[in-house]
Write a protein that binds this ligand. Structure first.
Ligand code: SF4
Length: 261
């Protein structure tokens, strides 16, 4: 699969498959590392170091981390020791590290070794995966918390026990497959319900328009905003209804309201 994204002219772009060939032995390709607060799910509000990996072949339309598909000149490779060092540099006190993506399990073999090293150094490793690739059973030994947010591939592919299932919800969604899947866990999995929030629309610059064009422009802006708001309200209502009827937890994306990553 060749996903080439637009970047600024100064950046070198390569396909994901080209990047994968370039990853040194015993290393993983990391898009970014930062210290923040978990914004969603069971651990919402908990400070964590986030390690966002490159590479995902799933290609969801609504993906809000499409930049992890692109592989640009400044992406970095870490082995067990250099990653541990980078995490400690960001926070000496924080015991939680969240491995996210992209799809982290695209780099499962080396990632397992790295997670083992991190957990041996008393870090609590949280793994966020789409379930599009097998979650190998040995990840249970090295992860404190495994969150699966199934996207295009359902049911998710797993051997290691999943701790949390994050379900993205739209107003028209049929949840019967999700319910059947969750029922297999006999209440031993945490379910987080997350209404999908439409991306804020991006408008062009109205400078230089004539008066009639400007009126038409603002009419369009208004119409699009009303449409987006209607979708968002409907998704939210559906999420509330689901939570009230199932006892599952509502999980809004808190980081968006606090304007943090
Ligand atoms: S699985 Fe996740 S990272 Fe991959 S495309 Fe979908 S939303 Fe984006």
């Amino acid at each position: 699969m060749k996903l080439k994204l637009k970047t600024s002219p100064s950046e070198t772009v390569e396909t994901q498959d080209e990047l994968v060939k370039r990853i040194p032995q015993d290393s993983i390709a990391v898009n970014e590392i930062f210290y923040s607060i978990q914004g969603e799910g069971r651990h919402a509000g908990v400070p964590m170091v986030f390690v966002r990996l490159n590479v995902c072949h799933v290609g969801c339309k609504f993906c809000d981390t499409k930049y992890t598909w692109q592989t640009i000149s400044h992406n970095k490779f870490y082995d067990s020791n250099s990653l541990l060092e980078a995490i400690k540099k960001l926070s000496l006190r924080c015991p939680h590290v969240c491995i996210t993506g992209g799809e982290p399990l695209e780099q499962a073999e080396v990632l397992y070794k790295i997670c083992k090293h991190l957990s041996a150094n008393r870090l609590k490793v949280h793994l966020e995966t789409s379930g599009s690739m097998l979650i190998p059973k040995e990840f249970d030994e090295v992860c404190h918390w495994i969150v699966c947010s199934p996207k295009k591939f359902f049911p998710p592919n797993f051997e290691a026990p999943i701790d949390e299932v994050k379900v993205l919800v739209t107003a028209n969604q049929d949840l019967s497959k999700v319910r059947n899947f969750i029922s297999k866990f006999r209440n031993k999995v945490w379910v987080s319900i997350q209404p999908i929030e439409p991306d804020p629309p991006v408008f062009g610059n109205p400078d230089g328009l004539t008066e009639p064009e400007l009126i038409a422009y603002w009419d369009d802006v208004k119409e699009i905003r009303v449409r987006e708001e209607t979708i968002w309200l409907a998704n939210r209502q559906k999420a509330l209804d689901i939570c009230k009827s199932t006892g599952w937890m509502l999980s809004p994306q808190m980081h968006k309201y606090f304007n943090i990553r």
